[in-house]
Design a protein. Structure first.
Ligand code: NAP
Length: 485
């Protein structure tokens, strides 16, 4: 085979939104040697794992869909989780991705040796590939809080990403720990079903009213007739989110002021009782923690079957939670809406790059990366939605598309024989991160709160510039920033 037409073998890890996307892009480029390894039993990633009541998108579904695959069938502007999962299943089927996936198999180790990646899976399979794309997602390792006595609880207890659907919660007193984006969806869903809920809030959240809408049959019929309208609506929402939230978080004064006014007014209007309102009022800047988009949380908190507990949790007992004030809150079921280990990325995979460099050593201090998609010392290894991706309150699908195009440009150069291996220079990665750090000061993420955005050094692992600038900088890889061999 001629050098110009080399057909690389590519392993994609994960068949969620970004893994399916990468499969589509690789196939579009005519690459045939593609393997996708998925530890779950189906595609859909986070939408397969998160099936808790109330799960839905908190960006408009039209902008969450792939830009090249508009959906004309959304039932709601903020579509329910099951429908989003179905969307990705249909996309995987339509683009011939499902057949490439090895389900119920996990990549346990990958080692770069003699110019190629040697991969081991949980089923003992050994694969040798030219490229690895870790499309392993950000939020899929549930964080179980380190609360004394948690394991002593004798009733059912589970994380929101591991929902136990066999359980009938009717007439059970349910405790929910956490008030993040997940809790803001699950709590109203439970309260509206009449389930008695005790919310354990450590930190209140700013909540932006979500402009919900249920789409009529006429709307869907019109989109089915003119699918370009779905694309257009997705683009308009993406433009609005890029102008509004993506600029608010990096501290643009007008967007910040508008958002700040809206969340304060929202709280004031929704919660007339000043004492309850005080408990629900954050003491940090809006956007510092990921802005929660929810319309029904405050309403749920004020229902007679819902109780807001703001005293710190002291410990858990067999049948309830004891708070610092010494009060015991009896519970039948305990739900952990406590978030994820967001810095795991592809870990706990045993990943060893060039010259025996292990990922745990490479990332001991910080998640050193170049442009979120590559790691020095790990040649021909790509990350989807890696550290410092611009993921805060924006469509992660749009982010993944830009990254997939960037990776495809590098893979195409490999196909043309311009190099066998590409590895970002440590200096390029360090200057990329130094520039990011130097520009974090003006962002809302440094606004005096604890959040999952922060890395172990307390620096937000995000992008402190506009989304437009990021797209511009990701247009063309700069080969001078890579060692190629
Ligand atoms: P999260 O935002 O990290 O929130 C975790 C919650 O658990 C916080 O309220 C936290 O309190 C609380 N918590 C953690 N440990 C605790 C402890 N030991 N004691 C008491 N409280 C504790 O997690 P999440 O709500 O699952 O959301 C994570 C991310 O997933 C979101 O930011 C978003 O990006 C994504 N998400 C998206 C959607 C969507 O619709 N697209 C829906 C859900 C989630 P503190 O605030 O005090 O730390």
């Amino acid at each position: 085979m001629e050098k110009q037409t080399r057909n690389p073998s590519v392993l994609v890890i994960g068949a969620g939104m970004s893994g399916i996307l990468m499969g589509i892009k690789l196939r579009e480029a005519g690459i045939t040697d593609i393997t996708i390894v998925e530890k779950g039993d189906g595609v859909g990633g986070t939408w397969r794992e998160n099936t808790y009541p109330g799960v839905s998108c908190d960006v408009p579904a039209h902008m969450y869909a792939y830009s090249f695959e508009p959906s004309v069938g959304w039932d709601d502007r903020f579509a329910e989780g099951a429908q989003i999962r179905q969307y990705f299943q249909q996309a995987a089927d339509k683009y011939g991705i499902t057949g490439l996936v090895r389900f119920n198999e996990e990549v346990t180790a990958a080692r770069y040796r003699e110019g190629r990646w040697r991969v081991t899976t949980s089923k003992g399979a050994q694969l040798t590939v030219d490229f690895i794309v870790a499309a392993t997602g950000i939020l899929h390792h549930p964080a179980v809080p380190d609360i004394p006595g948690l394991s002593d609880f004798t009733g059912p207890s589970f994380h929101t990403a591991r929902w136990d659907h066999s359980l009938d919660l009717k007439d059970k007193r349910v405790g929910v720990i956490g008030t993040g984006s997940t809790a803001a969806q699950v709590i109203p869903a439970l309260v509206n079903q009449g389930v008695p809920v005790s919310i354990f809030q450590r930190t209140p959240q700013w909540m932006f009213p979500r402009p919900d809408a249920h789409y009529s049959p006429l709307y869907k019929k019109t989109l089915a007739r003119f699918p370009f309208l779905a694309t257009l609506i997705g683009r308009l929402w993406a433009w609005y989110y890029a102008q509004m939230f993506a600029k608010m978080v990096i501290g643009k004064p007008v967007q910040f002021w508008i958002t700040d006014r809206i969340v304060r007014k929202n709280l004031e209007k929704a919660v007339p009782d000043p004492a309850l309102r005080a408990k629900l009022t954050p003491d940090y800047r809006v956007g510092c923690k990921r802005l929660v988009l929810a319309s029904d949380f405050f309403e749920a908190v004020q229902q007679p079957n819902c109780e807001l507990i703001t005293d710190d949790i002291y410990h858990v007992e067999a049948d309830g939670i004891v708070t610092r004030d010494g009060h015991k809150h009896p519970l039948d079921v305990l739900i952990l809406a406590t978030g994820f280990h967001h810095l795991n990325f592809m870990r706990p995979m045993d990943l060893t790059g060039r010259d025996g460099m292990h990922i745990e050593d490479a990332w001991q201090q910080q998640c050193l990366n170049y442009r979120s998609v590559t790691i020095p010392g790990f040649p021909n290894f790509f990350l989807m939605t890696g550290p410092n991706s611009p993921v805060g309150n924006f469509s992660v699908t749009r982010v993944a598309e830009v990254q997939a195009n960037y990776m495809m440009k590098l893979i195409r150069r490999w196909q043309k024989g311009q190099f066998d291996a590409i590895d970002p220079k440590p200096a390029a990665a360090e200057s990329f991160l130094a520039r990011i750090k130097a520009n974090m000061a003006g962002t809302v993420w440094t606004g005096g709160c604890q959040s999952w955005y922060l890395d172990p050094t307390g620096t937000p692992a995000l992008w402190p510039f506009t989304f437009g600038q990021w797209v511009e900088e990701m247009k063309e890889p700069n080969l001078a920033d890579f060692d190629v061999y």
